[in-house]
Design a protein around this ligand. Sequence first.
Ligand SMILES: NC(=O)c1ccc[n+]([C@@H]2O[C@H](COP(=O)([O-])OP(=O)(O)OC[C@H]3O[C@@H](n4cnc5c(N)ncnc54)[C@H](OP(=O)(O)O)[C@@H]3O)[C@@H](O)[C@H]2O)c1
Length: 334
Amino acid sequence: MKALAIVDKFGLENLQWIERDRPEPGPNEVLVRMKAASLNHRDLEVIGGQRKLALPLIPASDAAGVVVAVGRGVESLAVGDRVMPIFVQGWLAGPQPPGDALATLGGPLDGVLVEFGSWPELGLVRVPDGLSDVEAATLPCAGVSAWNALFVCASLRPGDTVLIQGTGGVSLFALQFAKLAGARVIVTSSSDQKLDRARAMGADHGINYRHEPEWGRAARAIAGTGVDCVVEVGGSGSLEQSLIAVKNGGHVSYVGALSGTKPTFDLGELSRKSVQLRGVRVGNRESFETMCRAISLHALKPVIDAVFDFGDAIGALQRLQSGGHFGKICVSFG
Ligand SMILES: NC(=O)c1ccc[n+]([C@@H]2O[C@H](COP(=O)([O-])OP(=O)(O)OC[C@H]3O[C@@H](n4cnc5c(N)ncnc54)[C@H](OP(=O)(O)O)[C@@H]3O)[C@@H](O)[C@H]2O)c1
């Protein structure tokens, strides 16, 4: 089978197409033929060598496929079922498992830019009704992270105001889920055109963070006494604005750090405002299944920016790196 791999040198320019033997499903394992994959910002960090992972490694974590064989003892899945691998293999329910190195796909475990993958039966979740393979492939990391940021790490309620940063994968899922839950949503973006598209999806307010560097104050003013919840993906500099935007006793779900991980804010702000700052590490299988039920019930469709053929997966990664995307960049295996 064909795979795209980081063989011996990090960097997008050093990715190589390789051949691997197709895996055999062991006891309680399921062999999946990949139908589609989607990319996350994390994949660029892994490929760029920012995560210090052992090589060789097949990158990317999010995919959907069809079961083509099952190992001894598999009971809940059968040939022909449509499935998605969970991001943190082995994290089925409850809080994050102990230890620093979680078994996450696309590093340290091999990822999904490969034609077949074999995973434990419980490492897979069924595709929600009504989603195509490409749409389903967007869910395991980006979808579950947004779901957890709003409903598990925070407790979003109808009528709350949520601040969402940028128009990438996690953020647009957060916009869709927050609207589904009856919240008011403020979106920031570097682009007025992207803000228009976010409003067309239901965003109530848009702030261009390039034109409005003090966007935290602007968001706070919109919400009156501050927003109830922030889905933080900016990190350095951005978190400072988020702490201005959030209300006393409000919640910041810290998902990512697109502009760096070094804080620039006065730590006193956290206690002065009794802010609840909570890190998000994607989420467990139980959250994934809960999210899938909501997606089916509300016929929610993930936002797809572009679909590339598997053979042009490097082109897909380049599009992600360009930052021009709105929503998810996907790969189809045909
Ligand atoms: N902790 C976890 O479990 C977890 C899970 C998933 C993702 N993440 C992290 O979350 C972040 C977002 O991931 P993603 O896959 O959604 O990324 P993505 O799809 O590449 O989205 C990036 C978008 O964010 C906006 N952006 C860029 N720099 C920004 C900044 N400094 N401040 C605010 N917005 C900015 C841009 O939108 P505009 O063009 O509209 O400005 C950009 O298109 C990454 O840091 C990723 O590693 C963490």
